[in-house]
Design a protein around this ligand. Structure first.
Ligand code: 8ID
Ligand code: ZN
Length: 349
């Protein structure tokens, strides 16, 4: 039976703090499912949301979270694709209009009326959360709900970004911010897609993880005397990376990537450091035919594909489990760049 109230982490105002408290359990609308969340990943986006870092208004008070994996416990009368007891994932795209030009072309992240979990609607840092059934992910019953949670944002996003780069098997991708949540999954998707990986991040704990995940080189941005030269030296013939995937929460690499991307290569911006700009020298960009693109989560099919890689056992990224009540501590570590891989929150009881 579904209780009337539940535990949640609530940001009552922009900037926080988080309050761990009881709030009402939401009721699913006609086209929504209610998911009893078992595990939910903590994405850096959740910290940006609470801090009001972006030029996009955030709901307050806010229950954050958008990597929620759990069990369907109720559904609206229009929902046909989920049964009670199915395993489901709630993602950043909680819903979209389905009717605009972008939705019609399967670019639902670009829908102007999209509902965003843990941003414009309450997310998954609560025991029970709702989402539109057509945007929720099906999770096979044999897939562990803790390990799969980070795939629901981090995995889908980096998989989409790699596809958007146009990189092909055998080519080399430089992953910037490789030691974080998106970065650890990007390494695994890249390998599964037949790519060679060069990692850029800071500190020895992240170095060890990147080596274990099979990267060919790790360039430490906190120690390297010449980062551009070190990254190029780690790529075939020293020509630079065919694609650069920017995941860092820092502006500097967004300015630097043109210097170590290969001629005709592509830079994919995914990380969202506050108040940052992308800057590229026009001359080099033109005569070296460099492409620079943004990439934003993924559509429903990208979600299906990214989850399928995971279900087939191709994606194994390290994660740490903590109780929901520890979210403030995790945000503190995240703020300092001290998390290697992903944290996944376990729901109470
Ligand atoms: O759809 C999207 N575009 C999307 C989806 C999900 C998340 C975008 N994001 C954004 C988040 O909002 C955030 O801005 O991607 C960024 C990374 O999210 P995350 O992986 O959840 O963050 P993290 O675990 O804190 O990892 C960030 C890593 O960047 C490293 C840090 O050491 C950390 O490991 N890093 C930093 I900060 N500065 C760096 C630098 N100069 C750096 N790595 C290399 N060079
Ligand atoms: Zn996210």
């Amino acid at each position: 039976s579904i209780p009337e109230s539940q535990w949640a982490q609530v940001a009552e105002q922009v900037g926080g703090p988080l309050v761990y408290k009881q709030i009402p359990v939401p009721k699913p609308g006609p086209d929504q499912i209610l998911v009893k969340i078992r595990y939910t990943g903590v994405c850096h986006t959740d910290l940006h949301a609470m801090m009001g870092h972006w030029p996009l208004p955030v709901k307050m008070p806010l229950v954050g979270g958008h990597e929620g994996a759990g069990v369907v416990v109720a559904k609206g009368e229009l929902v046909q694709d989920f049964e009670i007891g199915d395993h489901a994932g709630l993602k950043w795209l909680n819903g979209s209009c389905g009717e605009c030009e972008f939705c019609r072309q399967s670019d639902d992240p670009l829908c102007a009326n999209a509902a965003l979990s843990g941003y414009t609607v309450d997310g998954t840092f609560q025991q029970y959360a709702v989402g539109k059934a057509t945007h929720a992910s099906k999770i096979p019953k044999n897939v562990p709900l803790d390990a799969v949670a980070p795939v629901l944002c981090a995995g889908i996003t980096v998989y989409k970004g790699l596809k958007e780069s146009g990189i092909r098997p055998g080519q080399t991708v430089a992953i910037v911010g490789a030691g974080g949540g998106l970065g650890s999954l990007a390494q695994q998707y890249a390998k599964a897609m037949g790519l060679r990986v060069v990692c850029i991040d800071g500190g020895d704990e992240k170095r060890v993880m990147c080596e274990q995940l099979g990267s060919e080189a790790y360039v430490d941005f906190t120690k390297s005397k010449d980062l551009v030269a070190d990254v190029k030296a780690a790529t075939p013939n020293g020509l630079g990376a065919h694609a650069v995937i920017l995941l860092a929460v820092s502006e500097k690499p967004f300015q630097q990537a043109t210097e170590y991307v290969r001629s005709r290569g592509t830079i994919i911006a995914i990380g969202l450091p506050p108040d940052a700009s992308l800057k590229a020298p026009v001359f080099q960009t033109v005569v070296r035919m460099i492409s620079i693109k943004g990439s934003y989560v993924g559509n429903r099919q990208d979600g299906v594909e990214a989850l399928d890689f995971f279900a087939r056992g191709l994606i194994k990224a390290p994660f740490k489990v903590a109780p929901l009540k520890d979210l403030p501590k995790i945000f503190e570590l995240m703020e300092k760049g001290q998390i290697t891989g992903r944290y996944v929150l376990e729901m109470p009881e």
